[in-house]
Ligand binder design. Structure first.
Ligand code: NAI
Ligand code: MG
Length: 372
């Protein structure tokens, strides 16, 4: 029996291609693992009415970790229109499988490192090395949303938000509501994860990202929790910034930042910005980490316009595989993978289209594997 069981979830579009590439590299490391395919994505929504079928959920209960490619998702009306005729009109509602997976398995920590490798012409500035901790289960992604708005919800709002009357007298279809819910427990878990990481990796500073001046209830809570957690980490500095201001400061002085921690939506935004500073989506890797399970993925989507061409950059996914090796405790193998990636980038002989070259996805993976 293999030492590890890894769920293998390619999903849609280029997710399939980049996972094929990551497998070439993982195989080369000699990791003693069994890789078990799991169905996920648009095709299963269309034909089964569920993009994250029960059999895949079962699979995830019985593995050590998972690698996930990407999925396609579409707005509400398009999703329903694309269901096979037998499933139309049954009131099926599409919910993002990755969001469900994060909530179902309490993968509360979305870890997104953004490291600029030497010699990458796409680096925004030299020596950028940021790590974003994004809360992964709550906030505007909690799925508490209303469109149309039921009368009982409208009544509660009318009672509890008197000064704000923009929606008074509107019909149920004339507005929509998404609830931003942040808990003390969820906030503490992600903030503590960021500080723990800073301590273990000799990082100097944790920056708390919020909008507590305007979004006072939820972001005020997040910031207050951060001040409490900080007391347990006297050797780590803490500062904070509003979400809007941090986008500006990060661009101006990326070297002033180190570890960043944010609620779900703000973390999503900030991690794309950070990924772009180190080469773009072709380099953005991430882990969705819980206590028992962790799912690793590139941050990019299924990029339908490139699907089938095997030309996208597999480095984001190969770095996600490296994160998985770290999480499994296979530190030596992780270092080998990262060194091979760094060497390929620095030598500049092989470049995918986004890097200005014409190396294909699997060729890039083969070349990286050759350096392991
Ligand atoms: P996307 O990330 O799929 O692609 C946007 C653009 O980024 C591409 O057209 C391409 O120019 C570039 N890009 C992405 N990955 C790249 C790679 N590995 N190498 C080089 N260039 C790369 O985002 P888009 O087009 O907004 O969404 C497409 C679909 O993916 C949608 O259905 C969306 O909902 C879904 N999506 C899924 C995600 C996930 O599975 N975690 C995340 C983001 C989007
Ligand atoms: Mg995103």
């Amino acid at each position: 029996m293999a030492k590890y069981k890894i769920a293998w979830l390619p999903g849609d579009g280029i997710g399939i291609e980049v996972l094929e590439a990551a497998k070439i590299v993982l195989d080369k490391t000699g990791l003693d693992a069994e890789y078990i395919h799991g169905d996920i994505g648009w095709e299963f929504w269309r034909t089964e009415g569920d993009a994250f079928p029960a059999r895949t959920i079962e699979l995830l209960k019985n593995v050590d970790a998972a690698m996930f490619g990407a999925i396609t998702s579409k707005p509400k009306k398009d999703s329903e229109a694309e269901l096979i005729p037998e499933l139309q009109g049954k009131g099926l509602i599409y919910r993002s499988p990755i969001v469900r997976m994060r909530q179902m398995f309490d993968l509360y920590n979305c870890l997104r490192p953004a490291k600029g490798y030497k010699g990458n012409a796409l680096n925004y500035k030299d020596n950028i090395d940021l790590v974003v901790f994004r809360e992964n289960t709550e906030d505007l992604y909690c799925g508490v949303e209303f469109a149309p708005v039921p009368q009982e919800v409208a009544d509660v709002l009318a009672k509890h938000s008197k000064p704000f009357s923009v929606f008074a007298g509107l019909g149920a279809d004339d507005y929509a509501i998404n609830c931003k819910i942040n808990t003390k427990k969820g906030s503490e878990k992600i903030i503590r994860a960021a500080f723990d990481f800073a301590r273990q990796n000799n990082r100097k500073k944790v920056t708390i990202i919020h909008k507590a001046n305007v979004v006072r209830a939820t972001d005020g809570l997040f910031f207050d929790v951060a001040k409490e957690v900080k007391k347990d980490f006297p050797e780590i500095q803490m500062d904070d910034a509003n979400i809007d201001a941090i986008t500006m400061w990060l661009l101006k002085n990326p070297h002033n930042y180190d570890v960043l921690v944010a609620t779900n939506l703000f973390g999503d935004i900030i991690s794309d910005l950070c990924a772009q500073m180190v080469g773009g989506l072709g380099f953005g890797c991430s882990g969705n980490i819980g206590k028992k399970l962790a799912v690793f993925e590139p941050t990019h989507g299924s990029a339908p316009k490139y699907f089938g061409q095997y030309k996208v950059n597999p480095i984001a996914t190969i770095l996600a595989a490296k994160m998985m090796l770290e999480w499994l405790g296979e530190t030596e193998l992780a270092v080998k993978v990262e060194s091979a990636v760094a060497r390929i980038i620095e030598e500049g002989k092989f470049k995918t289209y986004d890097m200005g070259g014409d190396t294909k996805t699997l060729e890039m993976a083969e070349e990286i594997a050759a350096y392991i």
